[in-house]
Design a protein around this ligand. Structure first.
Ligand SMILES: Nc1ncnc2c1ncn2[C@@H]1O[C@H](COP(=O)(O)OP(=O)(O)OP(=O)(O)O)[C@@H](O)[C@H]1O
Ligand SMILES: [Mg+2]
Length: 275
């Protein structure tokens, strides 16, 4: 190979790993309440949404409208809800490596190295040690963190930490990634860069992506469809298709029109634009 590889993760096809492929998600008449001061607070009210295999869906909505609650249900972290949740046609009944989860704050353990943090994904699995090591190294390379496997989180930038968190979610070979404001804590420039990385990851891997974001422009930049939730109780207000080719140009008239249409939708509700 004489070709230079200037962009770290652009050519990370790992022949040793099974190709990923997106799986479908189905949210069917899902409602969720939390107990509050002896009463029941309805947080999600009859949400239905089918996410197609390999689709990128963004969820936007005001603070407190239930976005994180919905992702936690989909992750299998909370079994207490009404309705049906299916992943690849099967009921969701607990966490699994098939659904990777990425949060706004990367939630890396500060006392573990990048390598050890990524390997934490295998806790309580029977994946053999040698295979763990191989897959951990492959994912660290895929997200462009070669050379930082032994670094601790405090030695990484915000973007690098978030990439480590993405590697940890990918190491389980998920067919669905659930992302809860994954770029929300990053500065504006790093955020733009990481948006491109997420897009590339999605295009290269074919994983189904369901991403919560406060940033409507980010949603229009990345998603096939943008789901707008409204609050109290959380309901689907509108689903906006984004039929624009990638890579999307933020200044394109069609892009601007879609973004402004969604922003206007938020503007009507006054306080909930989020940005
Ligand atoms: N464990 C819990 N117990 C009681 N109420 C909860 C719990 N988790 C969330 N809630 C309530 O559910 C509602 C939705 O919370 P959620 O975190 O899903 O909102 P969100 O849309 O993710 O908001 P944000 O954009 O601020 O992250 C809020 O009113 C919150 O107070
Ligand atoms: Mg949230």
């Amino acid at each position: 190979m004489t070709l230079a590889t200037p962009i770290p993760s652009a050519d990370r096809q790992q022949p040793a790993t099974t190709p990923r492929r997106g799986a479908g998600l189905r949210i069917d008449h899902v409602s969720k309440s939390f107990p509050l001061k002896g009463e029941s607070l309805l947080v999600l009210d009859d949400i239905s949404l089918a996410v197609e295999p390999g689709e990128f869906v963004a969820i936007v909505g005001g603070s407190g409208c239930g976005k994180s609650t919905l992702l936690r249900l989909l992750a299998g972290l909370d079994p207490d809800y009404q309705g049906t949740l299916l992943h690849d046609g099967a009921p969701i009944d607990g966490p699994t490596l098939q659904r990777g989860l990425i949060f706004q704050d990367h939630r890396l353990f500060p006392w573990l190295t990048v390598e050890q943090n990524v390997e934490m994904a295998f806790t309580n699995t029977d994946v053999p040690a040698a295979e763990r090591r191989r897959r951990v190294a492959a994912e660290i390379a895929r997200v462009g963190l070669d050379g930082f496997a032994g670094a601790y989180p405090h030695q990484l930038s915000g973007g690098m930490s978030q990439r480590a968190a993405i590697a940890r979610a990918l190491v389980g070979r998920p067919d669905v990634l659930l992302l809860d404001e994954p770029l929300g804590a990053l500065d504006a420039l790093t955020r733009l860069h990481m948006q491109k990385e997420l897009r590339r990851l999605w295009q290269e891997e074919g994983i189904t992506m369901l991403m919560v974001t406060h940033d409507i422009e980010e949603a229009v930049y990345l998603a096939d469809r943008v789901v707008v939730l409204e609050a109290r109780p959380g309901r689907v207000r509108r689903i906006q298709a984004v039929p624009l080719p990638h890579p999307r140009q933020r200044r394109d008239a069609a892009f601007v029109a879609l973004r402004d249409g969604l922003l206007a939708d938020f503007g009507e509700r006054g306080d909930e634009a989020g940005d």
